[in-house]
Ligand binder design. Structure first.
Ligand SMILES: Nc1ncnc2c1ncn2[C@@H]1O[C@H](COP(=O)(O)OP(=O)(O)OP(=O)(O)O)[C@@H](O)[C@H]1O
Ligand SMILES: [Mg+2]
Length: 244
């Protein structure tokens, strides 16, 4: 099999328990390079836990995560970022004592391969702030940003290391319609350069506009995976997710 036919991400039998509670149970997912996947499910269905397992932000899961043909087992989060997987956090948590600009340089300075030169770090940070539309606010404190700008900063930080897979965890929650459209356009623009994206979102019009494929989690299990309209029309999804 050549590299181009190999999935970018292969997840097999992923399980996660918190004490006696099963948050994820036997998740299998494949993702191709450049794919746009929507991941939906009710509150508490395990979506963020899934991202945390992929990114290495929580340990002690069962099953396997393979990225670009290599196992992620035992790799620290920053090593996964070097290898090409970046995630955003559902609740943005920038360093409040650093400027917007400095926040974007952090993943480049501390997670970069062997310490990138200062000039290259600064140039990449500027590029990312330009991309998300925050260039004019580079010198501000994150404390002075609006909610949509905090989401954009979170995306700029995740995009800085040039991921091949970006996992966006509810980057649109609580935003106005026009702000949702801005984030949607940004994710489409990033995807157009070849970056695969898993978009976790509750806003259905954004999910359907974005997704080439849709996966549905209910109570830690994957109950559907396929073409979005077909997935949304299945009785299991209607009953478990949309019907209540
Ligand atoms: N660190 C933890 N310790 C204990 N339980 C946890 C922990 N993290 C998540 N859980 C539980 O695991 C389940 C899945 O949570 P998760 O955050 O993955 O859901 P989600 O699908 O992202 O929900 P939402 O749409 O509300 O963001 C929930 O019942 C949650 O309370
Ligand atoms: Mg979540």
């Amino acid at each position: 099999m050549t590299a181009s036919h190999q999935p970018l991400l292969t997840v097999r039998g992923l399980g996660k328990r918190f004490g006696g509670f099963t948050a994820l149970d036997g998740i299998d997912i494949d993702l191709r390079a450049g794919e746009r996947l929507g991941l939906i499910g009710p509150n508490g269905s395990g979506k963020s836990t899934f991202v945390n397992c992929l990114a290495g932000d929580i340990s002690g899961h069962s099953g396997s995560v393979t990225f670009d043909g290599a196992s992620f087992a035992g790799l620290a989060p920053h090593r996964r970022t070097w290898n090409g997987l970046s995630r955003t956090f559902q609740l943005p948590r920038p360093f409040a004592s650093l400027s917007v600009f400095e926040n974007v340089t952090v993943p480049l300075r501390f997670a970069g391969k062997g310490g990138a030169p200062r000039g290259a770090v600064d140039e990449r940070a500027r590029e990312c702030l330009e991309l998300v539309g925050l260039a004019a606010k580079a010198g501000k404190s994150p404390r002075d940003l609006t909610q949509v700008d905090l989401r954009k900063l979170e995306l700029a930080r995740a995009l800085a290391p040039r991921p091949r897979l970006l996992v966006s965890d509810e980057a649109m929650a609580g935003l106005s319609n026009s702000e949702v459209d801005q984030i949607l356009a940004l994710l489409m623009q990033v995807n157009a350069t070849g970056t695969a994206i898993i978009m976790i979102e509750h806003i259905m019009r954004a999910v359907t506009a974005f997704s080439e494929r849709l996966v549905v989690f209910v109570a830690g299990r994957k109950i559907a995976d396929g073409e979005p309209r077909a997935v949304l029309a299945t009785p299991e999804v209607e009953a478990a997710y949309l019907g209540n």
